[in-house]
Write a protein that binds this ligand. Structure first.
Ligand code: GLU
Length: 421
């Protein structure tokens, strides 16, 4: 028997802090800037007692971390997963600060999480968890304080319950208290597919920068949920052959390219890509190593590691998920000249349209889909141009370029405001 020993020794929070360390040093900022940005401004840990449908009571743990608010109210998703812990939420909150700054949104970064596997709870139980968690963190929420949105394991229904709980406590309906809510409650047109749209805008620009024509390119997408499913579909619609996709239950491959519309219909009927008749089932672990021009990891963090990075054959990686590449893997990919488009740029489309939704909710006004999508495309292309130009001038990776730009913007805001008292 061989024991698999991971070569990655860092956690997502370690990686986030190492990225910050590099940015602070290369920008010539002092140690106190690092210290202030390495730690969140506000963190709340809460116990969330849940009455199960059978009458028993279970105590769940929840968190909300507000990393930085120098540029505005804090913004970021709420995650329901059995892997959630405070350090993971801290890393994700820091990345939200950089993402919002990079896209020039008037927000700081935050993240929330409850440690639970949502597939093990009924809808009624999830509603009770959401309402109780929202009540526990109510003092630090609000449209001008901190605005949640969906993330892994949560969706527009979760946001509807949060908005309702917040509104009941306020005594009036506060549409701007969450984003990613149903369109019938003031959700934005185009929000549900915004992250995927943004991933594909950036992917097409990244492929072009490497001289690869999207209509001749091949791609592999890990994850077939909120981000991966539509990223695969929009790539397919752009003429890219999607050779493989996976979900939490399995992975499928077709050498000639998958019909992503048909895969989507199969998932709607069966709840998973597993068993899809037009492709071969493959080991999900080998999906990332398939020969393709483009790899889109759109599931969870820490999937591209020092163990598998040497076997990755894609020339361009576009991070649909937050933190899918470990720090050690990043170095291996850099040495192999793989272009990695970092999460804080690649998957920012979601929070960009969250911002559009918040603006619409606060103004009680609806934008049409064309307006949302054209403004999203403009923001994503501008951010791509800014980051890739910075990386070229400074001879560095897109991740370092993006983090430095973001840290610079946050620091400028912080320094202009000055320190109180
Ligand atoms: N959870 C998404 C992210 O990680 C969206 C956050 C938001 O819209 O506030 O970017």
């Amino acid at each position: 028997m061989t024991l698999a020993v991971s070569l990655d020794t860092t956690t997502p929070l370690d990686d986030a802090r190492l990225q910050l360390r590099d940015a602070v040093e290369s920008l010539g900022l002092g140690e106190s800037v690092y210290e202030q940005l390495a730690h969140a401004r506000r963190e709340m840990s809460v116990g969330v007692p849940l009455r199960r449908d059978d009458g028993s009571i279970e105590l769940l743990l929840g968190y909300r971390v507000q990393h930085n608010s120098s540029r505005g109210p804090t913004k970021g998703g709420l995650r329901y997963s059995e892997h959630v812990d405070l350090d993971e939420v801290r890393a994700l909150a820091m990345w939200m600060t950089w993402k919002c700054a990079l896209l020039d949104l008037p927000y700081g970064g935050a993240k929330g999480g409850v440690t639970l596997d949502p597939t093990r709870y009924s809808v009624a139980e999830l509603e009770r968890v959401t309402r109780r968690y929202t009540s526990e963190i109510l003092p630090i929420l609000g449209p001008e304080r901190d605005i949640p949105a969906p993330d892994i394991g949560t969706d527009e229904q979760t946001m509807a319950w949060m908005m309702d709980t917040y509104s009941v406590a306020s005594g009036y309906t506060v549409r701007g208290s969450v984003t990613g809510k149903p369109v019938s409650l003031g959700g934005s047109l185009g929000r549900a597919t915004a992250t995927s749209r943004g991933v594909v805008h950036v992917a097409l620009a990244a492929l072009a920068s490497r001289g690869i024509d999207a209509t001749r390119a091949t791609a592999v997408v890990q994850g077939f949920g909120k981000v991966g499913r539509h990223a695969a579909l929009f790539l397919h619609q752009a003429g890219t052959r999607v050779l493989g996709v996976s979900d939490r239950y399995g992975a499928i491959h077709s050498a000639t390219g998958l019909d992503i519309d048909a895969v989507g219909r199969w998932v709607d009927l069966h709840g998973s890509i597993v068993g899809y008749p037009g492709a071969d089932a493959i080991d999900p672990a080998t999906l990332l190593e398939l020969e393709a021009d483009l790899l889109v990891p759109a599931a969870v963090e820490g999937v591209i590691t020092a163990d598998n990075a040497p076997r990755i054959r894609a020339r361009v990686i576009v991070e649909g998920a937050n933190g899918p590449t470990t720090g050690a893997a990043d170095e291996i990919l850099e040495a192999a000249d793989v272009l990695v488009v970092p999460d804080i740029l690649a998957n920012a489309g979601g929070v960009v349209v969250s911002y559009f939704e918040w603006v619409q909710s606060n103004q009680s006004y609806r934008w049409n889909l064309d307006l949302v999508e054209s403004r999203l495309e403009e923001r994503m292309r501008d951010a791509w141009d800014t980051v890739s130009a910075f990386a070229a001038v400074h001879h560095t990776t897109l991740r370092r370029a993006a983090t430095r730009l973001a840290v610079q913007r946050v620091t400028e805001a912080h320094q202009s405001r000055g320190l109180y008292p």
